[in-house]
Design a protein around this ligand. Structure first.
Ligand SMILES: CC(=O)N[C@H](C=O)[C@@H](O)[C@H](O)[C@H](O)COP(=O)(O)O
Ligand SMILES: C=C(OP(=O)(O)O)C(=O)O
Length: 349
């Protein structure tokens, strides 16, 4: 299994901890102070990285699309272009946010929503670039991104498996420093559309780390993704789910994000080995409550132990592990025994 190297000490895949991305996206409302609060919240929640969305509007959208009226409660302008312009930070502001994240000690990156933004992010020296589902069918862009020497995390919403294979082929023709995220692009995703077991299929198909970008409500699905082997997890973060904006409703508050990170680490620690065995932490309970073989009645040396003569009880001192019951039946007692006395190896022949 390929490991994707994000920095000198952070790798994704194999046995490395799940890489958890706090997706600010456009939940900053176009306000750099809110953006900084979200970066801080991501850091305090224990996220591995905080992520924004970088767009060059003229590159991503047609002129006509930008001029379309965007008349809904989440709109920041009369047209879609005005709306998006309000939510877009300048390159200078990006540099400020990048510096701020660096100062407080959290990795910073963004989704490149087009090639111009991709180049800007490469120059900013982000540790990796995210390619969102909006570009999962953009083969030109994927080829361009693959040709650059930077790790990629690529979401696969809005396309089917054959397109995902195409994405894999395009990038892996250049390098294997990339991850594929299962994603359903709906805000929020109905639980029955999450199709989380796709992750297992990705794991079986691809030799690179796979993960999950979740737009459903809450943390349960994301946690299940980690149990299914997600090595990258992305969830939106917000200061307040009731704020204006398309993504707030399917985002996590800082407290919820913190709980998510905590629970991911618990799940990782608890996955362990598929070999079922008795573990050291069970010994006190074995000593206290595991049942063993004892005499069901008083019997003397030389007598045969019939089924009713041997009982399985919690005893002190213990007899043989109760799994040995069948081996004891119809054996002859070597010593006199009273009811409830433990039965051990050497007590019968
Ligand atoms: C597919 C994609 O890009 N999705 C992104 C990531 O999840 C979203 O954050 C969109 O940018 C957002 O939902 C757009 O909302 P509006 O159109 O109201 O600005
Ligand atoms: C659209 C994005 O992500 P996803 O497809 O994972 O929701 C993004 O990162 O901008």
């Amino acid at each position: 299994m390929v490991e994707v190297k994000i920095s000198e000490d952070i790798k994704i895949g194999a046995n490395n901890p799940c890489f958890i991305i706090a997706e600010v996206g456009q939940n900053h409302q176009g306000d750099i102070e809110i953006a900084k609060k979200l970066i801080k919240a991501a850091k305090e929640a224990g996220a591995s990285c905080v992520k924004f969305q970088k767009t060059c509007l003229k590159e991503k959208f047609t002129k006509k699309y930008l001029e379309k009226p965007y008349n809904n409660p989440n709109s920041w302008g009369y047209t879609y272009g005005e709306h998006k312009k309000h939510l877009e930070f300048s390159e200078t502001q990006y540099r400020e946010l990048f510096r701020y994240a660096h100062e407080i000690g959290i990795l910073f990156t963004a989704s490149a929503m087009d090639m111009v933004s991709f180049d800007f992010l490469v120059n900013l020296k982000v540790p990796f670039i995210k390619i969102g589902s909006g570009d999962s069918n953009n083969l030109l862009f994927l080829k361009y991104a693959a040709s650059k020497n930077i790790p990629l995390i690529i979401s696969t919403g809005m396309v089917d498996k054959s397109a995902v294979k195409t994405i894999y082929d395009i990038i892996s023709a250049q390098h294997k420093q990339f991850c594929l995220l299962h994603c359903i692009s709906a805000y929020p995703v109905p639980f029955e559309d999450c199709n989380l077991t796709v992750l297992q299929d990705y794991k079986n198909t691809f030799d690179i780390p796979v993960g999950y970008s979740g737009q459903e409500l809450g943390t349960a699905v994301a946690l299940a993704a980690v149990a299914l082997g997600a090595k990258v997890l992305e969830k939106h973060i917000t200061l307040d789910k009731t704020m204006k904006g398309t993504d707030h409703v399917c985002s996590l508050t800082p407290t919820e994000f913190q709980q998510l990170v905590r629970d991911v680490r618990v799940i990782e620690a608890s996955m362990g080995t598929p070999i079922k065995r008795v573990v050291t932490s069970e010994i006190p309970c074995i000593d206290k409550l595991q049942k063993s073989l004892v005499m069901g009645s008083t019997k003397n040396k030389g007598e045969i132990l019939y089924p009713g003569d041997v009982k399985i009880k919690v005893a002190e001192p213990k007899g043989l592990n109760a799994l040995h019951f069948e081996e004891v039946i119809y054996k002859t007692l070597v010593y006199d025994k009273k009811e409830d006395d433990p039965l051990n190896q050497g007590d019968f022949c």
